[in-house]
Design a protein around this ligand. Sequence first.
Ligand SMILES: [Zn+2]
Length: 336
Amino acid sequence: MSDVFELQSALTAAAGASGDEKAERELIARLTAPYCDEQYTDALGSLICHKKGPGKKVMVSGHMDAIGVYVRTIDEKGFIFCDRVGGLAPHTLVSKPVKFTNGTMGVVREVNKLEFWSKGSSEVTYDDIYIDIGTSSREETMKKVNIGDTATVCYPTVKLANNLIGTCYADDLCACIALILSLEDDVQPVNDMYYVFTTQEEVGCRGAQTAALVIGCDYGVAVDVNSAGDCPGQNGKNTLNKVGKGLSLTYRTAAAINDREFLDVLAELCDKNGIPYQTNAIARGGTDAGNMQKVNARTADIAIPTRYIHSAGEVYSADDIIGAAKLVTALSKTAL
Ligand SMILES: [Zn+2]
């Protein structure tokens, strides 16, 4: 079994914002090729890894796109003004290095320091920050970066105590890792299994809908992060989920009311296989499951409890990923 931290580091280095998942797709395709009967890509770029079985068609998704920014304008001096790809709050970007898809590096700064820091975080807009790539004119910048190009945060992945991992892209590369580990189990599935590394989740779960349509899946499972409630500032009103205490089965999100019977099957599989699990129901946010439902799949969510989601220091437990991988493998061997 591959090491979760090593995989998180490698996948984070290849991270691309929604619509720019090519490097990530190529890396994951290479890692999973030995364990698939076939691999293909749909029109939106999702990577579909098929492991053939006689039973129901089951799609398990982990989204491989990341939040980031895209280039809106470039000023005369070559500084770049950007806007969000997905839910990336501009105030979190200041002083962070960013990497464009073609490898060009930059740093993010405030346009007006005094004004920036006197504003509340929710008042800060993308007009208040810019990216400096070291160039000194618009012409010079445009030799390296074009309007519409995307960049992601470039921050190291770190090992914390108790098998926890800190990284800028737990969401949702940790779920991609769970899928990769399950594929590595290399069992002969009873269900017709489609492990799908989806695109464009952060801009409305677009890739999952296309992939589910292409596959025509009977069941859909979205593996994604959810906010853990075990750190300062969390009052326990949203979720009681704790990092390292097991994956979490999600009853509902803002995007999907999941299938009770299917969730019961997953809970039973956890019990049978000694996989620790928690449960949650959330009022805000959604996952790929919502769009899989739209094309007639019975769905469930497997959530990975994660602290500080959509920041450069998201924290999750490698143990929860190993549990999620075990559950996906158990599901592949269970007739639905
Ligand atoms: Zn996500």
